[in-house]
Design a protein around this ligand. Structure first.
Ligand SMILES: C[S@@+](CC[C@H](N)C(=O)[O-])C[C@H]1O[C@@H](n2cnc3c(N)ncnc32)[C@H](O)[C@@H]1O
Length: 234
């Protein structure tokens, strides 16, 4: 099993979003030729899309099974921040009765992706037209809405679950979303994301649970689930 309509452009975006899925040849090329040529040339023409599709499909299933031990996705409104190609969200949708998925993403691919910490939050690796087509090819229910972060008209309903794998506080500061999250969370909302500073979140939330740890992906990090903001007004 794999995703439908997984063409070269989608495989390229998935590799940029999930560099861990790059084949050893692509990793070598990135080291030899540098990030600019890797992002703008090699990932366009040297992509083994069938292999990437299978690996992405399997990896997203692993993510799903590890999260479902802690989160019940049924009958929930879910917000995903930096969902990439939404492989995980499509799988959650297949296995559960989800009310609504709202996806916040960026709509461009940086010329020279560095990964790591991005103070100004300029880095992005998505194309929302391609993402919407991919969602249409793979979803059985039409319950996804996609929002462009840079256009600003973000959803303002309350969410039960917020998912941000390897995005919020992994590549850019949680505080970019701090005020927004306070508006769209109740004290039962579970926010799951990856960070190198889990202790910092004990000052922001009453409940912080570390659910897994990743060593040396781009940097070592912990996946945490937070709920109940301590200062709702600040
Ligand atoms: C490393 S990828 C992870 C993608 C996906 N969560 C996954 O686990 O496969 C980070 C994603 O965050 C997106 N991103 C960057 N800044 C963002 C922002 N301010 N709001 C929403 N998404 C953002 C990027 O475009 C990219 O798709």
């Amino acid at each position: 099993m794999a995703f439908n309509g997984f063409d070269n452009e989608i495989a390229r975006l998935v590799i940029l979003q999930r560099i861990e899925l790059a084949t050893p040849l692509l990793v070598k090329i990135r080291k030899l030729f540098g990030r600019y040529l890797f992002t703008n040339f090699f990932t366009k023409f040297l992509i083994p899309r069938h292999i990437i599709n299978l690996q992405y499909y399997n990896r997203m299933h692993e993510e799903y099974y590890s999260l479902k031990k802690y989160i019940d996705f049924n009958n929930k409104n879910i917000l995903s921040i930096g969902a990439g190609m939404c492989g995980l969200e499509l799988i959650i949708n297949n296995f559960n009765v989800v009310n609504q998925f709202s996806i916040i993403e960026k709509n461009y691919v940086s010329k020279k992706i560095k990964y790591g910490w991005d103070d100004k939050n300029f880095e992005a690796y998505n194309n929302l037209t391609i993402l919407k087509n991919f969602l249409n090819n793979n979803q059985t229910k039409s319950n996804f809405k996609v929002y462009d972060f840079d256009l600003g008209n973000l959803p303002h309903s309350k969410f039960d679950i917020v998912i941000s794998l390897y995005s919020l506080d992994y590549h850019y500061d949680f505080n970019i979303y701090n005020h927004y999250l306070k508006k769209i969370c109740s004290n039962k909302t579970q926010i799951v994301f990856d960070t190198i500073r889990p202790d910092y979140f004990e000052k922001l939330f009453n409940k912080v649970e570390v659910v897994s740890e990743t060593k040396k992906r781009i940097h070592s990090s912990k996946r945490i689930i937070c709920s109940e903001f301590i200062k709702w007004w600040a």
